[in-house]
Design a protein around this ligand. Structure first.
Ligand code: GDP
Length: 447
């Protein structure tokens, strides 16, 4: 593997920029352009101050850090040059690095090398991108755990149990005359059931983890004038929807992402749901009804200061048909209570708020309880690739479990072998080059 280099910080002006060089020739390249101590004479984990210079022309004063193989991010010799954070200066240094022997790093190539050099497993490498793209604390915490190897350890545990089972069954099949004490059908079945339950739990957690990662697709619904736009503005902290006291002003779906505590909501403030003579408004209403059916979450807003009417009842009906979670949000709690909240049935939770006064803390805590709650899972699937591998293993283990007793153990072993393959692919231990390239192609250059 050659020596690669890239600017690892964003292409923008800032305090510092970091140019990363990795590979056998990293120290030799640095020796040629750095005027301070000789990088090749420096210990790992040490840094030095000096100039990057070409033909006596000083380009910038920098801090140069040396990491010695295998104790570096990539597992190779790595040099990191922290220069002033200008686009021109960092690109000038990078081109000097190239003209002295390094080649441009592909997207994700530093992390790919870390994987190929056995520094991290594939699930850990994939989580690196999740850490970078995390927008909320819950997402960051989960991605951080996976990056630190929690998934790798869990999957390796299941793989080892399958290997043990496979070995045990094979020995018993291959050497019947040796009087090897084989496992009974019940013992095999019970071990497989235990593995299947564990894999199922992990698979089920994906939906929640996907929601936390991508943001919760949320619809704010309610008849006109209950305060939907005001609520959306209170959550996003800016005046995006047009708020007026005349019914039916919010005509179309406005989308926006907001962070509520630890989680991110992708909000849609929909047209008030009622029948309308206005064709344009009716089209907006139809879109809103459709969106409600598919959303992860509906926040249905009702007016505390007036009685429930047919339009409110229609919202309750639509919520009942929707597949996501539903919260009844009784707004205008600053006004005298007229609404009978006992009629708000079929919701996963009911809260009182005053959107106009930005008093929405009860809604925020309910959201956190609902989507994060006690869930402090260390191991989560961070992407669709992992989910597919896991589901394949899960269904094969289930298949083997039902087959025990009705087919030969040889046949059971073939299915278990495939299940093991799927787990090893998940973890990157037995994965094709094509999959590896695909995984790292989603990374940014310099990572
Ligand atoms: P939408 O049609 O459901 O989007 O309702 P808007 O957000 O446009 O609000 C309709 C009216 O209700 C506006 O005059 C708001 O100022 C008022 N409003 C919204 N939230 C509250 C609240 O918490 N308390 C009171 N008293 N008025 C509110």
């Amino acid at each position: 593997m050659g020596t690669i280099a890239a600017i690892s910080t964003p292409r923008a002006q800032g305090g510092i920029s970091v140019i990363r060089i990795s590979g056998e020739g990293a120290l030799a390249v640095a020796d040629k352009i750095f005027t301070g101590r000789k990088p090749s004479a420096m210990d790992g984990y040490t840094c030095a101050y000096g100039y990057i210079a070409v033909d006596g022309d000083k380009i910038d004063d920098v801090i140069l850090t040396v990491f010695r193989a295998p104790h570096s991010y990539t597992g190779e010799d790595v040099v990191e040059i922290s220069c002033h954070g200008g686009i021109y200066v960092s690109e000038r240094i990078l081109s000097l690095v190239f003209s002295n022997g390094a080649v441009p790093a592909r997207a994700g190539e530093f992390t790919e090398r870390a994987f190929l050099n056995g520094k991290i497993g594939l699930t850990e490498a994939e989580a690196v991108m999740d850490v970078i793209s995390a927008q909320g604390r819950a997402h960051l915490r989960r991605a951080g755990n996976v990056k630190n190897g929690s998934m790798h350890r869990l999957i390796s545990g299941y793989s080892e149990r399958l290997v043990k089972l496979l070995g045990n069954i094979s020995a018993w099949i291959d050497y019947p005359e040796e009087d090897i004490e084989g496992l009974s059908d019940d013992e095999i079945r019970s071990e497989l059931e235990d593995i299947r339950r564990g894999l199922k739990k992990l698979s089920d957690s994906y939906e929640n983890s996907r929601i936390i990662k991508n943001g919760i697709d949320t619809v704010i619904a309610g008849k006109p004038n209950v305060g939907k736009s005001t609520l959306m503005n209170a959550m996003s902290g800016c005046e995006r929807s047009i708020v007026t006291s005349q019914a039916g002003t919010t005509r179309d779906i406005i989308e926006e992402s907001v962070r509520v505590g630890d989680i991110v909501l992708r909000l849609s403030d929909t047209a008030g749901i009622r029948s309308s003579e206005d064709i344009v408004e009716q089209a907006g209403i139809d879109r809103a009804v459709k969106k409600m059916g598919n959303a992860d979450l509906i926040i249905a807003v009702f007016d505390n200061s007036s009685e429930l009417d047919d339009e409110d009842r229609r919202i309750i009906e639509l919520c009942a048909d929707a597949q996501g979670k539903k919260i009844a949000c009784v707004n205008k709690s600053d006004e005298e209570n007229v609404l009978d909240t006992g009629q708000l049935t079929g919701f996963d939770g009911i809260v009182n708020i005053s959107a106009a006064n930005h008093d929405i803390s009860s809604l925020e805590s309910l959201l956190c309880d609902m989507f994060i709650g006690e869930d402090t899972a260390d191991e989560v699937l961070v992407n669709e690739r992992q989910k597919q591998c896991l589901d394949k293993a899960l269904s094969l283990v289930g298949e083997a479990e039902t087959a025990v007793g009705s087919v030969t153990l040889d046949a059971v072993n073939i299915v278990l072998d495939e299940a093991l393959d799927a787990l090893l692919e998940l973890d990157g231990e037995r994965v094709s080059d094509k999959v590896v390239s695909e995984v790292f192609s989603h990374f940014c250059v310099g990572k």
